[in-house]
Design a protein around this ligand. Structure first.
Ligand SMILES: [Zn+2]
Ligand SMILES: [Zn+2]
Length: 350
């Protein structure tokens, strides 16, 4: 797979990934088949539940224990509002607007979405988008910046230890590795846009604003310094931790555990738990099959609040050119996948 040589013509990414074949390794017959789970797969699913649910449960317990002392309704709503706003900045802004250009919007809203994404403190928008475009272009290959299956030196291997190692790398470890080189080729369109460049340059100020705003709001409501400090803690630091973890789960969990109704040439998965927590981003196999689609939850039951927000913006004229895949193409790709699974099952039965 050659690297992108020109501005991310995101529509082309879908076809390029679909043309690839599955890499050798763990079979990809989980979805659409009735193959019983092996003991290793059962253990991996338990790891999945623990990895995704446990931190959220831990946070809920911390909040419950702090109620009335270090946490109350004021802090609760500031925490919820900041979590939701900055998550939308990542899912609707950084991911679907800047990286994949799955819809268009005006300069002011583009700036606001970029600013909210910056407050999530996951890196400046151009670097974030470049890394993510590279992920799509080389998904689960050696050049993928954050694959739980492959690294520049080859495969992470198989078995529980290798899976946990790969999970850690995809989840957070890759952020501490070598800085990504040659990323400029992935983002010439973003670097040519003045609004995007402004957001990118102001990244550190915007990240700081993401701490000051909840502190100031909490301080004004409670008229106390302790209230402001708690606003900084819950609406700032704890919120950043939670949104980080949820976003990283898309990179790690959604390339390890879940179903793959579409043949995408990588190991992307639809994971319902991440689907809900990450505002629709967990329908990741759908997303790898149709990267430029503003809609990731392609079935009626696949909750995708980020797409609902984009639809809402379009309804009031603030977004336009919203891209979704042709339903016939979705059906065809699903059928191709189902036929492939049937072949795998049949050959396994022989
Ligand atoms: Zn992915
Ligand atoms: Zn993407």
């Amino acid at each position: 797979m050659t690297q992108l040589q020109s501005p991310a013509p995101a529509a082309d990414l879908a076809d390029s990934t679909q043309a690839r074949v599955f890499p050798a390794g763990r079979p990809h017959a989980e979805s659409g088949t009735k193959t019983p789970l092996s003991p290793v797969e059962v253990r991996l699913r338990i790891v999945n539940l623990v990895a995704v649910i446990l931190p959220v449960v831990g946070l809920a317990i911390a909040i419950a224990l702090s109620w009335g002392t270090a946490f109350d309704w004021v802090q609760f709503w500031i925490f919820v509002a900041m979590t939701y706003a900055t998550s939308v900045g990542i899912t609707v802004g950084y991911h679907r607007l800047f990286t994949h250009q799955s819809f268009k919007t005006g300069r002011i809203l583009r700036y606001v979405l970029g600013a909210l994404g910056s407050m999530a403190v996951q890196g400046a928008v151009i670097e974030w988008s470049g890394a993510h475009r590279k992920h799509h272009q080389h998904s689960d290959e050696e050049d993928d910046p954050h694959s739980p299956h492959m690294h520049p030196g080859g495969s992470w291997g198989s078995g529980i230890r290798a899976t946990i190692h790969g999970f850690w790398h995809a989840h957070v470890g890759w952020l501490f590795g070598q800085r990504l080189k040659g990323m400029g080729r992935y983002t010439p369109d973003l670097r040519a846009d003045r609004v995007t460049c402004a957001v990118n340059t102001q990244f550190y100020w915007l990240a700081l604003a993401g701490l000051i705003i909840p502190a100031a709001v909490a301080g004004l409501i409670t008229l106390s310094l302790s209230g402001a400090l708690l606003g900084l803690l819950w609406g700032g630091l704890v919120r950043i931790l939670l949104v980080h973890h949820i976003t990283w789960s898309v990179n790690s969990v959604c390339h390890l555990w879940g179903t793959s109704p579409f043949r995408t040439g990588d190991r992307s998965r639809n994971n319902a738990i991440v689907g809900v927590l990450a505002l629709g981003e967990g329908w990741h196999n759908n997303h790898h099959a149709f990267p430029t689609s503003a809609r990731h939850g392609l079935s009626w039951w696949q909750f995708d609040p980020s797409y609902l927000i984009i639809r809402g913006l379009a309804a009031v004229g603030l977004a336009w050119g919203v891209r979704t895949p042709d339903p016939a193409r979705v059906l065809t790709n699903r059928n191709v996948r189902a036929a492939t699974n049937a072949e795998i099952t049949a050959s396994a039965d022989e």
